[in-house]
Design a protein around this ligand. Structure first.
Ligand code: C2E
Ligand code: MG
Ligand code: MG
Ligand code: MG
Length: 286
């Protein structure tokens, strides 16, 4: 009996592998046309300053609405886009959309910076600066309202070239932040050379705040950031406990499900209405 079960499991396992491979091949094939078929959309997640109790910006996160498979996470299709090179036109599109949206909000009196995630491939073409400048021009957006998120591992190779490109981009007035800080290959030794404005603490830290050693690490990161003149944003803030720990450690800007999940623009409107309403209620009460 046990033998039969074992055989059965092995069979299922192989089939499962097959399903995953088939899915990846299908995604690879469909990704090529997803841009022209307008299957991508962007969701925006609020960043919140706990000290001032105010919204301080949005992060733009891409989604793929696949006609047959439904909504697909960037964790699944960004690596494919990177392999195929599609990441470049895809990022151009995301930048354009995010800048257009940021400009539209500004025209409605909602002046909030928007950040866009970059992949290392964008630094290899050598025309990233040109791309960013063109997108800003087209959207007629103040460069100070755009922020680009890079990751630690991106600066490991060609560090001098990346520093040069980031310097040029920041000279436009665009801000740069280091995403998922503390999880990748540590770039601590380079932090005084890489031209950035903020560190985003990876949500693994936020989820591990009950360990004293993790708190010690965050404490040290926050102090270091202060001395380097960098802002710190905590990712993955999901509950009141996270907020209390983080504020206790000197981190006041947060992003996470507690404040708002990534939302499409209609949901963001509702969310902003609710925030205004909350603020008014507090003012009336105070
Ligand atoms: P990221 O830039 O670190 O984005 C934060 C991710 O954490 C988002 O996942 C967000 O939905 C999720 N998140 C936010 N708050 C919470 C929370 O409180 N709890 C938990 N458990 N998760 C939270 P998402 O949108 O699936 O994006 C995953 C990653 O995909 C991003 O990580 C980013 O590296 C990449 N990505 C997303 N959009 C783009 C894009 O337009 N271009 C590129 N190159 N990468 C992108
Ligand atoms: Mg990010
Ligand atoms: Mg992040
Ligand atoms: Mg992350």
């Amino acid at each position: 009996k046990a033998k039969g079960l074992g055989k059965n499991q092995q069979c299922l396992y192989t089939e499962e592998m097959g399903v995953q491979e088939v899915r990846k091949m299908e995604l690879e094939k469909d990704l090529q046309r997803a841009l022209e078929l307008k299957e991508f959309f962007i969701v925006y997640q609020p960043k919140w300053n706990v000290k001032s109790n105010r919204l301080v910006g949005f992060e733009a996160l891409i989604r793929w609405n696949h006609p047959r498979l439904g909504i697909i996470s960037p964790l699944e299709f960004i690596p494919i886009a990177e392999e195929t090179g599609l990441i470049i036109p895809m990022t151009r599109w995301t930048l354009e959309e995010a800048c257009k949206q940021c400009r539209a909000w500004k025209d409605r009196g909602i002046v909030q910076p928007v950040s866009v995630n970059l992949s290392i491939r964008l630094f290899h073409g050598d025309n990233l600066l040109e791309l960013v400048r063109n997108v800003l021009d087209k959207a007629e957006l103040d460069p100070h309202l755009l922020e680009l998120e890079i990751t630690e591992s991106m600066v490991l190779h060609d560090v001098n070239d990346i520093i040069r490109q980031l310097e040029n981009i920041r000279a436009l007035g665009v801000k740069v932040s280091m995403d998922d800080f503390g999880t990748g290959y540590s770039s601590i030794g380079l932090l005084d050379r890489i031209p950035i404005d903020a560190l985003k603490l990876d949500r693994l830290f936020t989820n591990d705040l009950d360990t004293p050693s993790k708190r010690a690490i965050i404490n040290a990161i926050v102090l270091m950031a202060e001395n380097l003149n960098l802002d710190v944003i905590a990712e993955g803030v999901e509950n009141k406990e996270h907020i209390d720990f983080l504020t206790g450690l000197g981190c006041h800007v947060m992003q996470g499900y507690y404040y708002g999940k990534p939302m499409d623009i209609d949901e963001i409107d509702v969310w902003m209405y609710e925030q205004d309403h909350k603020a008014e209620t507090i003012e009336v009460m105070g």
